[in-house]
Design a protein around this ligand. Structure first.
Ligand SMILES: [Fe+2]
Length: 189
């Protein structure tokens, strides 16, 4: 699939079911898929053995992986915690460091964590907030609600490429925990 898209098309966010209708690629990450991502690795393992909840789902509309095309995906992060650390995505860097990305928040509330070298930044996300991820920054999203799914749609250049390993090799400098009825962004020591 290396030919550019020639015809306009549309997708639909199904607000009742929290899915991107017309998606052509689906991924889900359960507790068992998140080895080494949470601070309490031992608790994550126990939880994976006990009920292995789905942490997040991704409904993607793919495009040819060439410059000029855009891909899009709805991500749904379920509410939950591993030893007080909120459910989150693995996070990734773009292989092509010139590629940025935009998130449009659809439902719920969460944080966008950004990492570049030793520098960590974060932005709050809630419905109608559109966040911009500058090229070269690693990005992870976190559901900070105790009860509601956190849902957003992302748009990114189809030639960005995804590097998940880097978010393990050079971990995000902050973690987000439940604290005092809300959340705290805690420095990783
Ligand atoms: Fe990305």
């Amino acid at each position: 699939m290396n030919e550019k898209i020639e015809a306009g098309f549309f997708t639909v966010f199904n607000r009742q079911e929290n899915i991107l209708e017309n998606y052509d690629h689906y991924e889900e990450r359960k507790l068992s898929d998140m080895h080494r991502y949470f601070a309490a690795e031992d608790i994550r393992q126990q939880m994976a053995l006990a009920n292995n909840e789905v942490i997040y789902r991704v409904y993607k509309k793919t495009a040819p992986l060439i410059a000029g095309e855009l891909e899009q995906a709805v991500t749904v992060i379920n509410p939950g915690q591993v030893n007080g650390e909120f459910f989150m995505t693995k996070g990734h860097y773009h292989i092509n460091e010139k590629c940025s990305e935009v998130f449009f928040t659809l439902k719920g509330e969460g944080l966008l964590l950004l990492q570049k070298g030793q520098e960590t930044k974060w932005l709050e996300m809630k419905p109608d907030v559109i966040t911009y991820i500058p090229a070269g920054w690693g990005h992870r999203t976190i559901n900070t609600s105790l009860s509601e799914p956190f849902v957003f749609i992302a748009f990114w250049p189809a030639n960005a490429g995804h590097n998940y390993q880097k978010s393990l090799d050079e971990p995000f400098g902050r973690r987000v925990f439940f604290y005092n009825g809300s959340y705290i962004v805690s420095k990783v020591l």
